[in-house]
Design a protein around this ligand. Structure first.
Ligand code: ZN
Length: 126
């Protein structure tokens, strides 16, 4: 019995242009075969022995050298997301220091803060 070789999906979260750039690199490295244009995901066949680690190492090296501000986020064993690292504050969001509530509006945050009143944590009924 021959098991299908496992695949690693590299997702660029909707960014097909980024995916094309990464695919080009992976093809040049002999890791991936050319995929469909316009896809924001790249499927790579993984060698059973250490293949996943090799791919992640190559990808991570490429990302740190060429993709400033991007990071690799692993989801389980077979999905890696290449995405922008972003703090809520960098996106212009106000973040409640007590409960983590986020809003783009300073006024809404001021209103929100009042809800906490003297409570350390937001009561469940609010
Ligand atoms: Zn809060």
């Amino acid at each position: 019995m021959v098991l299908p070789s496992p695949t690693l999906t590299i997702s660029c979260a909707g960014d097909a242009k980024l995916a094309a750039t990464i695919r080009e690199f992976l093809v040049a490295e002999g890791i991936a075969t050319a995929g469909r244009e316009g896809d924001d995901e790249i499927s790579v066949a993984v060698e059973p022995e250490g293949g996943r680690e090799d791919i992640l190492a190559a990808l991570s090296k490429y990302a740190s050298a060429r993709l400033e501000g991007y990071s690799l986020i692993e989801f389980g064993d077979d999905v890696v997301i290449v995405g922008m690292k972003a703090e809520p504050e960098e996106l212009g969001l106000h973040v409640c220091g007590q409960c983590g509530f986020q809003t783009a509006s300073a006024d809404a945050m001021a209103e929100h803060s009042k809800l906490h009143g003297g409570y350390l944590f937001m009561p469940p009924f609010l």
